[in-house]
Ligand binder design. Structure first.
Ligand code: TQI
Ligand code: ZN
Ligand code: ZN
Length: 169
């Protein structure tokens, strides 16, 4: 079953659109950016919120960046596997990914030769759930279930995820 953050933190009542931006220092390509767009669309399909990319990093609601090790927020990354990414509760908006992972942005992670390959969209869909206010779920099929296996792709929202997010938005 789905859970929320303590005190059911959410983006304010009446929020129709959230903007997101990529850390300009990362210089991400369009393939990677497209993966985040697809992940956001999965949540906007089942809520009243839409997501829009902005180039204004400073003013974006959601700030996405890849970092390695200690990157200044007290939650250092740990190299290959372990923690892959973290996102904070509404309305913090920080969404960080561990640069040390072998991220696969093409959707064909099961075909990867890299034993540590991690599907970017799978992780993005999960972290966006956190950004919107969902905690972890006890339902194994749910995107918010707190386990992911390397070289697997899991991007479809389960009924449990949809029911949870629709309580909030
Ligand atoms: N990152 C953890 C996660 O997103 C960080 C975390 C732990 C967290 N507890 C939290 C974030 C509570 C917000 C609220 O769960 S992770 C998975 C999953 C991670 C884990 O790198 O371990 C996914 C990232 F669910 F599979 F375990 C993505 Cl999909
Ligand atoms: Zn961080
Ligand atoms: Zn999580």
């Amino acid at each position: 079953h789905y859970t929320f953050f303590p005190e059911m933190q959410r983006w304010p009542e009446g929020t129709e659109e959230l903007t997101y931006a990529f850390d300009p220092d990362n210089g991400l390509d369009d393939v990677v950016k497209g993966v985040f767009k697809n992940a956001f669309d999965r949540w906007s399909n089942v809520t009243t919120i839409t997501f829009r990319e902005t180039t204004s990093y400073a003013s974006a609601n959601i700030k996405i960046g890849f970092y390695s090790g200690d990157h200044g927020d007290g939650e250092p990354f740990d190299g290959v596997l372990g923690t892959l990414a973290h996102a904070f509760s509404p309305t913090n908006g920080r969404f960080h990914l561990d640069m040390a992972e072998d991220w696969v942005a093409t959707g064909d992670v099961t075909a990867s030769d890299l034993s540590n390959a991690v599907d970017l969209e799978s992780v993005a869909v999960h972290e966006i759930g956190h950004l919107l206010g969902l905690g972890h779920s006890s339902v194994e099929e749910a995107i918010m279930y707190p386990t992911i296996t390397a070289r697997t792709r899991k991007v479809e929202l389960a009924n449990d995820d949809i029911q949870g997010i629709q309580v909030l938005y």
